[in-house]
Design a protein around this ligand. Structure first.
Ligand code: HEM
Length: 132
């Protein structure tokens, strides 16, 4: 059998794994024709601040380290007031999230990460419709 030279077949287990995942995700996001501009034009993100927040968010969600203390719903309600978040935006977000997970990890946490992304996205859609 060919030697596995990638880290596929390894589950998400550490902060380092989360960092790799989030970095891979954002590499795709900023180039994306449908949602990239939310991060580069609608909000001119301070990446040095935003990226560690995302590491903390996913570390909290997947590894149970209670590092993230923000309110993502509120952030996206405010975002959607600037440019409406539509179903196709959530779909693309989820599709990129899935690609970055499936391309790098495999296992229980990897599946949980996909489920969480989907569930939180669904919840955002409902809340944003209600509050914008
Ligand atoms: C339509 C899809 C989405 C778009 C276009 C989007 C875009 C953005 C943008 C532009 C920000 C920065 C907001 C700011 O700092 O003012 C942000 C923050 C964030 N997003 Fe999303 N997002 C989407 C979906 C999601 C989903 C489904 C999740 C979670 C599973 C998520 C988690 C977060 C978190 C945790 C933050 C950081 C909030 C904070 O600073 O405390 N996003 N998003």
């Amino acid at each position: 059998m060919a030697k596995n030279t990638t880290n596929i077949s390894k589950d998400i287990q550490s902060r380092k794994d989360i960092e790799l995942l989030v970095d891979e995700f954002y590499k795709m996001v900023i180039k994306d024709d449908l949602i990239g501009h939310f991060f580069t034009k609608v909000i001119e993100l301070d990446w040095d601040r935003h990226i560690p927040v995302m590491y903390d968010f996913w570390e909290t969600s997947l590894l149970g380290e209670m590092k993230y203390k923000g309110n993502p719903m509120l952030k996206h309600i405010e975002l959607s007031k600037k440019e409406t978040l539509k179903p196709e935006h959530y779909e693309r977000w989820l599709s990129l999230w899935k690609q970055s997970i499936r391309g790098n990890f495999e296992g229980e946490k990897a599946e949980t990460a996909i489920q969480r992304g989907r569930q939180i996205g669904e919840l955002m859609k409902i809340k944003i419709e209600k509050y914008t």
